[in-house]
Design a protein around this ligand. Structure first.
Ligand code: AHR
Length: 369
């Protein structure tokens, strides 16, 4: 019998911790024959094994207690971004054989139907636990009921779903609305009453990371009559998507905008490429302020270089927290129903902010993903 503790745990320290003995190896199990393709994305060049990321982060997730292998299915969103690559690598590092796990990680390639199929295959295979990073918030009730009927605990990770909390067992992720609020508050502080003509490159349609960041940012924007959001389009959390949307924004709004908000770093890279091609200067020395989300290694490099003005973190290193929840379930102990992974924000050198930390070489050197 699983015992849920209804408190919200704020995971800051333990989020990057993993058990010793695993690192970087591909521990992905083969999918069922009719399942979507397994994860094949290589880790980013700068993605180090999570032990490095854990260096100052204390406690490690306990290995499987009984000696029996715990089978875990992870229905991963896809491989759309550097964030996602880091998140996948983190699950492979934590849910490895040496830690007592067998991980079936399915890359759902941003396809809802494939993700539902992946979860159904996990149920058919009678895996011990199912972890879902939901592509979209909607459409989960039926398959969650099927998992419940099969007696398989489900942990929703990274993003949120629009289902009653009784339909799943635990949630681990970041507060994306707060990320949007932080971005808005930083912009208000930076502009100090000056006008903003804003273009937004949103994430994937229907994803809670998109909805949360938009809701949070728009909430702040409403308080500023001197701001106008000129347009908002989805770049699907990809570099190509960011570039395409920015190219079309430039055609429609050239000379009319001074802020571009990108819902993740990869979109920001695409937007910068489009602005470079159009001869538009951005960043601390330019005419256009760039705000990004994720704060991955390369995104923070651009922030340190002054190309991205403000980068709000979304921490992809979440697997140890999920493992902690699973271990507690496994031992029949109380576990946290909701674990919030903490984020911070970073700004380019020369910018002082009460909402964000000014980037340094040291911060970048400590960013493994
Ligand atoms: O759900 C987290 C978001 O998904 C990250 O911001 C983005 O990079 C990813 O694709």
């Amino acid at each position: 019998m699983l015992r849920k503790k209804l408190a919200v745990l704020l995971a800051t320290a333990m989020v990057a911790a993993v058990a010793a003995g695993c690192g970087g190896a591909d521990n992905t199990s083969a999918p069922a024959a009719d399942a979507p393709a397994t994860e094949d994305a290589a880790p980013a060049e700068d993605a180090a094994p999570a032990e490095d990321a854990a260096a100052d982060d204390g406690e490690a997730a306990a290995p499987a207690a009984s000696g029996d292998v715990i089978t875990v299915g992870y229905a991963q969103v896809g491989h759309e971004s550097d964030w996602r690559t880091a998140n996948t690598q983190n699950y492979q590092d934590v849910f490895c054989e040496a830690n007592g796990y067998e991980l079936s990680l399915i890359d759902c390639d941003n396809d809802n139907a494939a993700q539902l199929e992946a979860v159904r295959n996990f149920i058919t295979q009678q895996l011990d636990y199912i972890v879902i990073a939901p592509i979209e918030t909607a459409g989960w009730d039926t398959v969650l009921q099927e998992a419940q009927d099969a007696g398989i605990p489900v942990i929703i990770a990274d993003r949120e779903i629009a289902a009653d909390a009784s339909m799943y067992d635990a949630w681990v992720g970041t507060n994306t609305k707060n990320e949007g609020i932080t971005a808005g508050n930083w912009l208000a502080e930076y502009l100090d009453g000056k006008e903003a003509k804003i273009l937004v490159i949103e994430g994937s349609v229907g994803a809670s990371a998109t909805l949360g960041r938009s809701e949070g940012f728009n909430e702040v924007a409403k308080e500023h009559s001197e701001w106008e959001i000129l347009d908002s389009q989805s770049g699907d959390f990809t570099q190509d998507g960011g570039q395409e949307v920015m190219e079309s924004f430039i055609k429609s709004y050239e000379g009319q905008f001074n802020v571009v908000v990108c819902h993740n770093d990869n979109e920001a890279y695409g937007a910068m490429d489009a602005m470079d091609a159009a001869g538009i200067k951005y960043g601390v020395d330019g005419d256009v302020i760039i705000i990004s989300f994720d704060a991955t290694h390369d995104g923070l490099q651009y922030t340190l270089d002054g190309k991205i003005n403000c980068n709000v973190e979304c921490n992809p290193i979440q697997a140890a927290v999920v493992a902690e929840v699973i271990q507690k379930m496994q031992n029949g102990e109380d576990y946290e129903a909701t674990t919030l992974v903490n984020d911070e924000a970073f700004v380019a050198p020369g910018i002082e902010s009460q909402h964000a930390t000014t980037m340094t070489e040291e911060i970048l050197a400590g960013r493994a993903y």
